[in-house]
Structures are given as structure tokens and as C-alpha cells.
Ligand binder design. Structure first.
Ligand SMILES: Cc1cc2nc3c(=O)[nH]c(=O)nc-3n(C[C@H](O)[C@H](O)[C@H](O)COP(=O)(O)OP(=O)(O)OC[C@H]3O[C@@H](n4cnc5c(N)ncnc54)[C@H](O)[C@@H]3O)c2cc1C
Length: 353
């Protein structure tokens, strides 16, 4: 992790503002062992739990949210493969994923919105004698490495059977990645649109034939790993605030202490909830925690801006301006804050499923 940390510290600004190092991010993460944390040793991983994987996402996010989001996509895809009952797919993809030979990408925003009855599925699967023909497009997917990727997406079946989730390999005929999207930040994240036109895949590429139930089970890991990004970003902003001169930090000392305490409680709550099954039984608790963590990020970054003064507004002097941009991503990544708040309002006081 030390050499990864140093690499991220050196290149964090460039990773945010320019796509030229996009191809280096995943190899750096994999070399440091970040993608293998929380994957059982019997499957070729480093052992540990999903909470340990969240800690690694947080440690990376302390240095670069771009790299943390790449890690989120890759590690979440690994979680999908682990939790799939498709042994052939696991056998085929897990080792190359752990070695970083292919990039895991999760195009499941549409599916998560579908799960919350916000959006219809945008991809269609037609059953054929030898497998399925897949069609559709997704406007946003991160970690679509030009060197090779495999992307998860949910598909409605033409014959009306329950939706499935497929893992789409980059080299299947009919799969097309767009150019990188012209983002305001996270520019080395290999974020692009994906077009799938008459792609033929057999059942060995199907992560699940029951998207709805499977998504409910992977959602705590999906969201928990995402919360790791908020934890790391907020932690770094608060650390930077504490390192400011005494004169600039004295009058906000109490606010910083309060934010630090809140972040500590939220991190502990996340860890407990992903490990003891609370978030599976009561997703509303995790939704609320994701909202609360986003608030902590906003507060932490605002305190950093206040403590940094004009220096934070100069290019290349501090990471403050970058963290402000990074923080603006936190509310919009699916499930977005608007979506979560709507769900909590609709379903209160009963638990949200
Ligand atoms: C840099 C970047 C990388 C991304 N990477 C990925 C990725 O790897 N995989 C992936 O799947 N997605 C990815 N996304 C997409 C992201 O997760 C969100 O889905 C997307 O930014 C929000 O969708 P939208 O803009 O289409 O929202 P819109 O549909 O335009 O909606 C606007 C807001 O309202 C909310 N909303 C809409 N309808 C409702 C409703 N009925 N009830 C409650 N709330 C509602 C939405 O959640 C959103 O917050 C990425 C986005 C960005 C910016």
C-alpha cells in the first residue's frame, strides 16, 4: 500500500483533471493488493471481510477519488462474480480480475433505479437456441479500460421472464465503448458509454437469472464500498483542516472535532452493519448512512476550504479545489441522494426493500 499511496499522492491532481494516466490506475491498485482484499484466499484473494475492502476503498479515496471509484467498480464487479451461482463465469473471470488483466465495470445504476421502481431497464435480451441476443445502451460506466473490460448490466427478457444480469466482455462482437465522457473531474476513470448491439452470449455469461433478488443481496456491498469513498474523502479533508495554521483553524476547532466524531461513528456503524447483516434486513439504515456520510463529506470539505483560505484557490498549491470537485460527485452516484431521500420518505415508517 505504501508505494500505491505515494503514487496516488503524486498523481491525484492529474488523475482528476486529465485522462492520460487512465491505463495506469488499475495496475497500480492491483499491484498493491487493493482489489484482492475481502476475497477469500480459497478463491485467490487476500482474505478478510467486505469491511476490510471498504477500508481499502477509503484509504485510496483519502488520496484520489478517481482511483477509489475505479477500485469501487473493479472490486464491486469481483463481488458480483463471487456471489454469482455461475461457477463457469467465476472460473473464467476471477483470476484475470484479481490480476488486473481485465477490468471489472458495474453498469448497474439503471438496475438499482429499476429496483427502486424509478426507471425501466434499458437493455433487452432475446432468448435463442444457443443463448441470448443482447441489445441496449448505458450512458455511464466507469473502468471501461481500453485494454479490456467486462461489464455487468441488467436485461429485461423479451419473453417476460424475470430480468437477468449479464457480464459483457469487451471483445464480444457488437460491444462498443464510446470515447471517454468529457467530465469535469475523475477524468482518468475510464468513464464512457456502452453500446450493445445484437451481442450473442450464452448462459455462461449470466451472473444471475433473478436480477431483483440478487441485487437485494449484493446491494449492501455495492453501497458499502461506495460509502468507503465518502469516508476517505471526508477523512482527508478533516486531516488537512487540522494541519492548517493555528490561527486559521482555532475558530473552527469545535466544528472540526464534531465532524471527526461523526465520521468515526458513521465508519463504525458501516462496518458493523455490513458484517452483521443489518443492512440486508434493513436497507433503510444503509440508505440513511449513505446520506449522512455525504453530509459529512460536504461539511468536511467546507471546513477545509475555510481553513485553507486563498491558498486553496490557487492551482497546484493544495488538494483543496480537487476535493471540492471530488465531493460534488458523492451525491450523484447511484443511488443518488435524491433517490435515497425519496425512498426513505415513501417507505417510512416501514422498512425500505
Ligand atoms: C463520473 C461518473 C461516473 C459514473 N459511473 C457509473 C458506473 O460506473 N456505473 C453506473 O451504472 N453508473 C455510473 N454513473 C451514473 C451515476 O451513477 C448516476 O446514475 C447518474 O449520474 C445519475 O443519473 P442521471 O444523471 O441519469 O439522473 P436523472 O435520471 O437525470 O435524475 C436526476 C436525479 O434525480 C434522481 N431521480 C430521478 N428520478 C427519480 C425518482 N422517480 N425518484 C427519486 N429520485 C429520482 C436521480 O437519481 C438523480 O439523482 C456515473 C456518473 C458519473 C457522473
Amino acid at each position: 500500500m505504501n508505494s500505491l499511496a505515494a503514487w496516488l499522492e503524486t498523481h491525484a491532481e492529474a488523475l482528476d483533471s486529465d485522462p492520460s494516466r487512465a491505463s495506469e490506475v488499475l495496475p497500480q491498485l492491483v499491484r498493491a493488493g487493493a482489489a484482492a482484499v475481502g476475497v477469500p484466499e480459497t478463491l485467490g484473494g487476500a482474505g478478510g471481510t467486505i469491511a476490510d475492502a471498504i477500508d481499502i476503498v477509503a484509504a485510496v479515496a483519502q488520496r484520489s477519488l478517481t482511483a477509489a471509484f475505479v477500485l469501487w467498480g473493479h472490486r464491486t464487479f469481483i463481488e458480483y462474480v463471487q456471489r454469482s451461482d455461475n461457477g463457469v463465469l467465476r472460473e473464467r473471470t476471477l483470476a484475470p480480475l484479481l490480476k488486473g488483466e481485465i477490468a471489472g465495470a458495474t453498469g448497474l445504476s439503471n438496475a438499482m433505479k429499476y429496483l427502486s421502481n424509478i426507471e425501466a431497464l434499458q437493455m433487452r435480451a432475446t432468448r435463442r437456441a444457443e443463448g441470448f441476443t443482447l441489445d441496449g445502451s448505458l450512458p455511464w460506466i466507469t473502468n471501461l479500460r481500453r485494454e479490456g473490460f467486462i461489464a455487468a448490466a441488467a436485461f429485461e427478457h423479451e419473453d417476460g421472464t424475470p430480468p437477468s444480469i449479464f457480464a459483457i466482455p469487451h471483445d464480444a462482437p457488437g460491444v462498443q465503448r464510446s470515447d471517454d465522457l468529457d467530465l469535469i473531474g475523475l477524468r482518468a476513470s475510464n468513464t464512457a458509454a456502452l453500446q450493445v448491439s445484437e451481442v450473442s452470449l450464452d448462459a455462461s455469461y449470466r451472473l444471475t437469472a433473478d436480477a431483483r433478488n440478487w441485487l437485494l443481496h449484493v446491494r449492501p456491498a455495492f453501497l458499502g464500498l461506495q460509502c468507503g469513498m465518502s469516508i476517505g474523502l471526508a477523512r482527508r479533508a478533516l486531516q488537512t483542516t487540522s494541519e492548517a495554521s493555528a490561527a486559521s483553524r482555532d475558530s473552527i476547532r469545535a466544528e472540526v472535532a464534531e465532524a471527526e466524531a461523526k465520521l468515526g461513528e458513521q465508519s463504525a456503524h458501516l462496518r458493523t452493519g455490513v458484517l452483521d447483516g443489518t443492512f440486508l434486513e434493513r436497507p433503510a439504515a444503509l440508505f440513511q448512512l449513505r446520506i449522512d456520510l455525504a453530509d459529512t463529506v460536504t461539511r468536511a470539505v467546507s471546513l477545509e476550504v475555510q481553513a485553507s483560505g486563498g491558498r486553496g484557490y490557487l492551482r497546484g498549491q493544495t488538494g483543496t479545489a480537487r476535493r471540492v470537485r471530488e465531493a460534488s460527485f458523492i451525491p450523484i452516484v447511484t443511488p443518488s441522494l435524491v433517490q435515497l431521500k425519496a425512498q426513505l420518505t415513501q417507505h417510512r415508517p416501514v422498512s425500505v426493500a
